[in-house]
Write a protein that binds this ligand. Structure first.
Ligand SMILES: [Zn+2]
Length: 464
């Protein structure tokens, strides 16, 4: 073998698969050197070769919205940095973006460093962090530009929840500051006044069952707050990302704002595409397993969100993975829905659920599936083209996906650290069989082969 051929030898070649990106689907080999994709083309030779005939090869999926070991009331979400990211990897997700929630009076940079430290050494996939802003005090906002330099380029705000909620004027102020710094603002949009009013009424009427959680947060509470946040974003010209859109009305509001040229994008989640509020009326207390905020909606909402994903009214699918065990956590609210920790697991099954119910059911093209699960989150959160693409120079984050593999979702199949899955019994055709993180095989046929600490903190750029 001459020296020229030896230099053409890649560390790893994925051979004969069908590459799917946000723009096209085609057959090619992929050559990897170190942690990067080095070449795309035919007949590549590698020191190691993985045969991928019959498989789809996608850029690693990116989940822009997860909550690992998140404190909520007297408890915290049941997946920690390791178990949650291991589950993500098993489902084909190689990057997650979690949140920093600074303590009372704690500086933002300090809180970021602490949270980053916590993930480092534990995460099994790469991770970024959004910063939560709960006030518009000068000493808080003056830290915003410094955070962008540390790769924390997106900021989460809430229009509801005691202790988190921003007034309209504070929200507008934050929009201006984040825009000026070049960042992106995330908003949890629900009308706090409507929710507080309905909660008071149900309290007086002794209505405490899980279904009242959903009834206290009606579709209009979301739609009004989305509309209002879009109006404020429009006035400032700031870049807004509306998290977990659950309603047809919310999708409509985003659609018309984008038509007007507002710099806004939106996310929905598998639970808002695939589950309905009927789940909350399950016998006994089982409805608590489906309590999340915003709540599950109607079939009509599901269909509007699917259409919105296909038509680019909505740009991403995140999971809002925030799991709580049914026994020992969800049951804190047995006598009062207000005490049920709010959140669902879903970090592991997003990609395959979207394949089954999106691609296989004809709602999404293969390319759109990759775009909403990987490429758009990378673009919106400053990771593209290092993540979310299959191009030379990109991180070698890849999912080998078998479009014919059949699975039935169950708690025992999944790796999430929680005692149930809301997708129990869902029958899927199409499932990830290998996951690579920067060239390293971290999942093979459902078995995790990576390690805690494989994942690195990502210094993100600004939205592109
Ligand atoms: Zn969330």
């Amino acid at each position: 073998m001459d020296s020229l051929q030896r230099t053409d030898l890649f560390d790893l070649v994925i051979r004969g698969g069908k590459l799917v990106t946000a723009t096209r689907t085609y057959h090619s080999d992929i050559g990897i050197r170190g942690e990067k994709i080095a070449a795309i083309g035919p007949d590549l030779e590698g020191a190691r070769v993985v045969e991928a005939r019959g498989l789809l090869i996608l850029p690693g999926a990116i989940d822009p919205h997860v909550h690992l070991e998140m404190p909520v009331g007297e408890t915290h979400s049941s997946d920690d940095w390791f178990t949650g990211t291991r589950a993500a990897a098993c489902g084909g997700t190689t990057t997650v973006i979690d949140f920093v929630e600074p303590g009372l009076g704690e500086g933002l940079e300090h809180a970021l460093a602490k949270r980053r430290e916590r993930g480092q050494g534990r995460a099994a996939v790469d991770f970024g962090l959004h910063m939560t802003l709960v006030n518009d005090k000068a000493e808080t906002l003056q830290e915003v530009p410094g955070l962008l330099e540390e790769g924390c380029t997106s900021f989460k705000t809430y229009l509801t929840y005691e202790g988190f909620r921003l007034s309209d004027s504070a929200f507008l102020h934050v929009l201006c500051v984040v825009k000026e710094a070049g960042g992106t603002l995330l908003v949890h949009a629900e009308n706090d006044t409507i929710i507080a009013h309905l909660q008071r009424r149900f309290r007086a009427e002794k209505k405490t069952a899980p279904k009242y959680h959903a009834l206290s947060r009606p579709p209009i509470a979301e739609a009004e707050a989305i509309q209002r946040s879009l109006a404020l974003a429009e006035v400032t010209g700031a870049r807004l990302y509306v998290v977990h859109i659950s309603t047809a009305l919310g999708a409509d509001a985003l659609h018309s704002a984008r038509q007007r040229g507002v710099n806004a994008s939106g996310e929905t989640c598998p639970q808002y595409l695939l589950l309905t509020d009927k789940e909350l009326s399950r016998p006994g207390f089982a409805g608590a397993k489906y309590v999340c905020s915003p709540p599950l909606r109607s079939l009509m909402d599901n269909e509007r969100l699917w259409k919105g994903l296909a038509d680019d009214d909505l740009q991403t699918v995140g999971t809002d993975h925030c799991p709580f065990n049914y026994k020992g956590q969800k049951d804190l609210g047995r006598d009062n829905y207000e005490k049920i920790p709010s959140g669902l697991p879903g970090i592991e099954s997003r990609l395959s659920l979207l394949y089954q119910y999106g691609v296989r059911m004809g709602r999404l093209s293969l390319e759109r599936w990759v775009e909403v699960c990987s490429t758009n989150p990378a673009k919106i959160f400053g990771l593209y083209p290092r993540k979310g693409s299959l191009e030379p120079g990109a991180d070698a984050d890849m999912v080998l996906f078998d479009p014919n593999k059949k699975v039935t979702l169950s708690r025992s199949l999944l790796h999430e650290q929680v005692d149930y899955t809301p997708y129990k019994g869902f029958e899927l055709q199409g499932y990830p069989v290998m996951t690579f993180l920067r060239g390293k095989l971290i999942v093979k046929n459902g078995e995790f082969t990576g390690a805690a600490g494989d994942g690195k903190y990502l210094v993100r750029g600004c939205s592109g």
